[in-house]
Design a binder for this molecule. Sequence first.
Ligand SMILES: NC(=O)c1ccc[n+]([C@@H]2O[C@H](COP(=O)([O-])OP(=O)(O)OC[C@H]3O[C@@H](n4cnc5c(N)ncnc54)[C@H](O)[C@@H]3O)[C@@H](O)[C@H]2O)c1
Ligand SMILES: [Fe+2]
Length: 381
Amino acid sequence: MWEITNNRRVIFGEDSVKQLPDILKWQGVKKVFFVTFSASAAPTSNIKELLQDAGISYVIYDKVVAEPDSVVIDGGRDLFLQEGCDCTVALGGGSVIDTAKSINMLSTNGGSVEEYQMGEKQVTKESPFYVAIPTTSGTGAEGTKTAVVKNVHNGLKKSLYHVSMIADVVILDPKMTLTLPKAITAATGMDALSHAIESYVSKNATPITEMYGLKAISLISQSLEKACNDPSDIEARGNMALASYFGGMAITAGIGIAHICAQPIGGEFHVPHGDACAIFLPASMEFNLDFAEKKYADIARALGVYDRNATQRENAENAIKEVKRIRSAVGAPDSLRKYLPAELPSEDYVADVIFRTCGHITCNPAPVDKEVYKKFYREAL
Ligand SMILES: NC(=O)c1ccc[n+]([C@@H]2O[C@H](COP(=O)([O-])OP(=O)(O)OC[C@H]3O[C@@H](n4cnc5c(N)ncnc54)[C@H](O)[C@@H]3O)[C@@H](O)[C@H]2O)c1
Ligand SMILES: [Fe+2]
């Protein structure tokens, strides 16, 4: 049995943010809780102008940091309630979208985000109307019911999720990503590629997640390098916005060993999520090769490196080589070393952090255990 949770509306295209006022007015909202990555950035001014021109009141929340934590989220919940907001608009990357998603849920369900994250409290009430406008192309968080949050008490970066938390409306406007610097474009693009590849080989893959995954892979292969080399290439930006969204839909099939390592290590040592994924993705493909050879050969086709005269094994290996080539072409990192303290954390310590965060995940094609976590950490140094 499987299911997929979808947004109610997805609007794509240049200047599609101009739809926002009509969407909010039709919904009859009174006051918008507007969560943004920066109060002064050009995309924020754009949205503010649209809201002001339409006479829609709002309050801005720009306290989001990378790896959103419970302090930022619970603080946002208080402001949402004090200001009498009745809807949320998120403008930003995965950090902002996850923060907004959590605040929106807490505004009707009450309590602290950590209680839901640690399974102490359940979501029992619908969330207010929520519109997500991504400004990075990587996490696909606009298309998922999940929020990834750093727990300030136990230090773990863990997810909370509920079907009611997914954005009602997603606006994918490539113009919102034009200001994204090259390094973040590269890292977030590698995150999207990791979602597409890891979900495609996941033991829980479904026909829908496979379809989204393959399409995301081919869009990324056509457009990530272009978006990095020319940040103003609007077609490449549009393809990456779609690829990120499709990757988000695909990753509902569950994360594999690249994310199993990237998420906890990223949280512990402040490695940007996309960089952490870039470091572990090729190694994850090598590790899973014997368990997912045919699927990696399919991925070679989506990456445009399938050779009709080669064996399935050779094509699977072509896919791995191509992912390494893309990583290097966009300047994404291949080693953890620069993010770690001079005195390297022990393998046991790192394996324990991974186990406590992601030890329950069982959909990676090859079996994984603490020894595997240690090997990935060791080989990423
Ligand atoms: N909910 C999910 O399904 C899901 C999936 C994967 C990852 N995540 C989470 O998402 C977070 C990472 O999100 P991200 O990779 O999008 O990065 P991010 O949201 O942390 O943003 C990265 C940086 O880019 C800046 N930025 C964003 N948009 C910009 C723009 N248009 N112009 C200039 N600067 C801009 C931000 O201010 C920030 O400094 C992590 O916490 C990760 O765990 C969530
Ligand atoms: Fe990710």
